[in-house]
Design a protein around this ligand. Structure first.
Ligand code: M6R
Length: 620
């Protein structure tokens, strides 16, 4: 949550900061701001609202300079006002900071600072850190007036960080050290872009694309001092760190909208390719299995596990539910799917023979990271299924599988879901084939997986039909999403998509479970979306549809072509390709993503930036 950018070099800094914030806006869009040092003065422009509004302000009141920091906010402490926007000045304007994270002991620190005479202009926890920084700076200046200013500033930063409880990715500039940015992280990500006589800072690599390919990921408890001629990274307790420079392989086309009006639509239509990329080089026809490097466990070790725990949040958790069914069906491995936010504080019995996977698009979700660390603390190897290369979870996991879906920018997760399901299918095949899944069964699964990009392409043909249906249903305020077996998680995912971008109340349920309570919601004003493609228990789901119709509930059905029975009962049918049951989530998710997209548009909602949400949830 919240996006941070910084720059020091010879470029015009405002342009980089504004473009960077624009690219990070998915992390939070309650307000935005930048600070620039020029002629020995710190100047700040900040505004509640979108980065676009900040850009307008900067156009009216330009900021010139070659060093600066910026922030796009997802509010935690204090409303979305100009005053609560970052950057925050400390003391009498000698320090300026931007911060991502939560300072848990802000209240007691604030009281101590007020007693020392500091005046607060906002309700944020960040301003506490800014004043504390100014306080330690003034103390250190009294004690060490002869040393280089940068050393004093660094000491002030470290003394401040020592007193903060909580999480932070923080960037600081000092009026009297006008060529330097100091940044540090503990729990909130920061990546440094290394240029020629210039350095960039950001919460993730997207602002760096097109500027530099060389990056260093700051680790927890590291602090970096940047100026145009160099960077020094130190671990706050163990000392100097030799930075490991990595190469970014993203290209700017990946983050351009192209001809699409929204990232969400672009990402929905990217799914034939993203699913193909998730499988690329990972199918071994000869052995009828998947090839999964990166787990850092030998086949022999993998065979010793007798249970799997998948942990995740939101959409990734839904993908995990599909994974549970796949792992149990292909590999006969008992699997549990845990909300990471629960797992982190529970004390479930995880034995040495339990394999734990964290599933995450961003690799930065605070709860998922904390659950992973908790498992690692207890000595369990924890692997990740992650999209963002170099993200904290990907780096800290003991091994893992990348999705290779490319950047997902729309806040509503779409292509990450189908890539996660694809990777989980590969994993189930791999673990299954080293247990008792037969060669012919492995061959059949591979054949079907190979067909999936084409099948998803076919599923996308429903676009116009979904658009029509959306017009008919956009005014309803309650929806039920119902499916069984592999399509139960799809129902949950469909409901989540509708809720998060169109603010319509929606519930996902196993179709048969409906009669144990939710059926009481059914009336003419509550449409039910049934996911009812061909399969073993389709007749049972059809009976559930009848039950809804008998109570005058409107029914939208996702079904295979020519399914007369479904056509007879449903008010509206959306055609999905006929695929094996265990791969149905890959095609059935598509119309549901499109349905929520079009309903949200018709209701005038901002599909890429839904209210109250942020793309990666880096706070608890
Ligand atoms: O980056 P992650 O996969 O860890 O994110 C988990 C959830 O925050 C995320 O899936 C969220 O539910 C999406 N907005 C859903 O569209």
């Amino acid at each position: 949550m919240c996006g941070i950018v910084g720059y020091v070099g010879s470029r015009s800094v405002s342009e980089f900061l504004l473009e960077g914030l624009h690219r990070l806006e998915y992390r939070g869009y309650d307000s935005a701001g930048i600070a620039v040092i020029s002629d020995g003065e710190i100047s700040v422009r900040k505004k509640a609202g979108r980065v676009m509004e900040l850009a307008r302000l900067v156009e009216e009141q330009p900021l010139f300079g070659n060093i600066g920091i910026g922030h796009t906010r997802w509010a935690t402490h204090g409303e979305t006002t100009d005053a609560n926007s970052h950057p925050h000045l400390g003391g009498n304007g000698e320090v300026v900071i931007v911060h991502n994270g939560v300072i848990e002991n802000h209240d007691s620190l604030r009281n101590q600072l007020i007693a020392l005479g500091y005046v607060f202009h906002s309700q944020t926890d960040t301003e506490v850190a800014a004043h504390l920084m100014a306080h330690h700076l003034s103390e250190q200046l009294k004690l060490n007036s002869d040393e280089p200013c940068v050393d004093t500033c660094l000491r002030a930063v470290n003394l401040t960080l020592d007193r903060l409880k909580g999480t932070y990715g923080i960037c600081v500039m000092f009026r009297d050290c006008p060529d330097t940015i100091i940044a540090a992280r503990s729990g909130s990500p920061l990546v440094i872009g290394v240029g020629k006589n210039e350095y960039f800072l950001a919460s993730d690599s997207s602002p760096l694309i097109g500027c530099t390919q060389d990056v260093v990921y700051l680790a927890d408890n590291e602090v970096v001092v940047l100026n145009a001629t160099g960077m020094k990274i130190a671990h706050r307790t163990t000392g100097r760190v030799q930075p490991s420079i990595q190469t970014l392989d993203q290209v700017s086309a990946d983050i351009d909208l192209g001809n699409y009006p929204h990232y969400m639509l672009k990402e929905i239509f990217e799914q034939p390719t993203s699913v193909e990329n998730a499988m690329r080089g990972r199918l071994d026809e000869g052995e009828a299995t998947a090839v999964i490097g990166g787990l850092n466990l030998t086949a022999q070790q993998l065979r010793t596990f007798d249970r799997v725990v998948l942990t995740a949040c939101g959409t990734s958790w839904h993908a995990g539910l599909v994974g549970e069914y796949l792992l149990e069906e292909f590999a006969r491995l008992p699997t549990e799917v845990e909300y990471a936010s629960e797992l982190r504080y529970r004390n479930p019995p995880i034995s040495d023979r339990t394999l734990v996977f964290s599933i995450t698009q961003s690799g930065e979700t605070a709860d998922t990271l904390a659950a992973m660390r908790e498992c690692q603390r207890k000595g369990h190897p924890t692997l990740s299924i992650c999209n963002v290369v170099g993200s904290t979870i990907a780096r800290e996991a003991d091994g893992g599988i990348y999705l290779h879906a490319g950047p997902e920018i729309g806040v509503a997760s779409t292509k990450a879901f189908t890539s996660q399901v694809t990777v989980l299918s590969l994993l189930a095949l791999y673990l299954g084939r080293m247990r008792h899944l037969s060669y012919p069964a492995g061959k059949r699964i591979i054949k079907q997986l190979r067909e999936m990009p084409e099948k998803i392409e076919e599923a996308l043909k429903c676009h116009e039909r979904v658009q029509e249906i959306s017009e008919k249903y956009a005014h309803f305020n309650n929806f039920l999403y119902l499916g069984r077996l592999y399509n139960f998680p799809v129902a949950l995912e469909g409901a989540l998509k509708l809720k998060e971008i169109s603010y319509i109340h929606a519930e996902g349920y196993p179709a048969a479970e409906m009669k144990h309570g939710p059926i009481a919601l059914v009336d003419e004003q509550t449409p039910s979306v049934f996911i009812v493609p061909k399969g073993g228990i389709q007749p049972k789901v059809i009976s559930n549809m009848e039950e809804v119709k008998a109570r005058r509930g409107p029914v939208i059905a996702l079904a295979c072509e020519g399914d007369k029975e479904v056509e007879r009962i449903a008010d509206d049918v959306i055609i999905v390709p006929d695929v094996e049951e265990y791969l149905q989530p890959l095609v059935c998710a598509i119309p549901l993503q499109l349905l929520s997209y079009h309903i949200a548009l018709l209701r005038g909602c901002n599909v890429d930036r839904p209210r109250n949400l942020a793309k990666s949830v880096t706070v608890e």
